[in-house]
Unconditional design. Structure first.
Length: 342
């Protein structure tokens, strides 16, 4: 731990740099410190903090800027505990609670709110679950020869697809579809649903298999989609305003567009024992985002399904303003998921 004076100096440098993006010199510190200290003493303290790796001097005659290590010390030891104001807290809760019964929508809304209230990128990832299975299917008329196929999984995933049928969706067709679904698909693990099941459907549907083919093929596609990890990213363009990222912002946007690397990072986090982490700079195991601050938080819901919510921004984010909103949104999602279990 640092002495009280060194902590005060580091605190001012971090908060001023977050606010202005400009190096902080000894003269500025003399004016901002709540007590009188000579410029020489301040320069000595700054030199000491630099030796510890908490500050760096980018130009010989310039002031100091905080390092990634300084941000970590600030968050862990100096940052005042912030709160979300009641008005915004109420709005956030209202938007999230509307989707409490649909985990996918809940996480997607949470990611959008994170991006909205932090000016960073928010993301959510529904992680692959090899044990998830089909719990129900339905076929709803959409007018003419069109129908909406809806599939629900045991893990509370809802998938749908609009299909053009080669025949009318009458009671006979609907009964045949339900019979095939009940005998071949419902209760089947998503990873085991494939086109070979359609071949087995011939024994049940007979000549009408050709009428059922578009629906059954679509059902296989929905199962494939639902069985994989899915990543949703909101507010990527917010990162363009993060001046600290500089030209690297475009490399970062490329990584986010690729998504596979972010999914690998999330799956690696899932394998750890941590419930929630803040990774600052080089603490990120993914090289492509080592100039960012990333929040990852894991959730378990339904039939042991897993998802991860997170935030990504530059290392120069306003931690004392941003983190309270992220924490509030994560806590609200957690509470809503628990209420659904009861």
């Amino acid at each position: 731990m640092l002495s009280e004076r060194r902590e005060a100096i580091l605190n001012i440098i971090v908060e001023q740099y977050i606010k202005t993006g400009e190096p902080i010199g000894s003269k500025t510190l003399c004016m901002l410190l709540p007590y009188s200290v000579s410029s020489a003493t301040i320069r000595n303290e700054m030199a000491y903090l630099t030796e510890l790796g908490l500050l760096e001097q980018r130009h010989t005659s310039g002031g100091r800027v905080p390092t990634q290590l300084a941000y970590r010390y600030y968050v862990d030891n100096l940052m005042p505990e912030g709160r979300v104001n009641e008005f915004n807290a109420s709005r956030i809760y209202e938007e999230l609670s509307v989707n409490a019964g649909d985990p996918e929508r809940l996480f997607s809304t949470a990611a959008k709110l994170i991006s909205q209230y932090t000016n960073c990128a928010g993301f959510c990832c529904m992680l692959e679950d090899k044990l998830d299975l089909i719990s129900g299917v339905d076929l709803i008329s959409a007018g003419g020869n069109k129908a909406m196929l809806v599939m629900l999984t045991l893990g509370s995933k809802v998938k749908s697809s609009l299909i053009k049928l080669p025949c009318r969706l009458d009671d006979e067709f609907r009964y045949l579809f339900y019979e095939v679904s009940k005998r071949l698909f419902v209760g089947k693990p998503l990873t085991e649903v494939n086109t070979s099941l359609i071949q087995n459907a011939v024994l049940i549907a007979g000549e009408r298999i050709f009428d059922l083919l578009p629906v059954l093929t679509s059902l296989c596609s929905l199962c494939s989609e639902a069985s994989q990890s899915s990543l949703v990213i909101e507010g990527e363009t917010n990162l363009i305003s993060h001046q600290e990222l500089g030209s690297d912002v475009y490399k970062l946007l490329t990584v986010l567009a690729d998504k596979e690397k972010i999914v690998r990072l999330i799956e690696k986090f899932k394998a750890s024992s941590a419930k929630s982490v803040l990774l600052i700079g080089r603490e990120n195991p993914l090289y492509d985002i080592k100039n960012t601050s990333t929040v990852l938080s894991r959730f378990t819901y339904g039939n042991s399904q897993s998802a991860v919510l997170g935030m990504l921004g530059s290392t120069r984010i306003d931690y004392k303003s941003v983190l309270p909103y992220v924490k509030y949104i994560l806590k609200t999602v957690d509470n809503l998921l628990e209420q659904e279990v009861r």
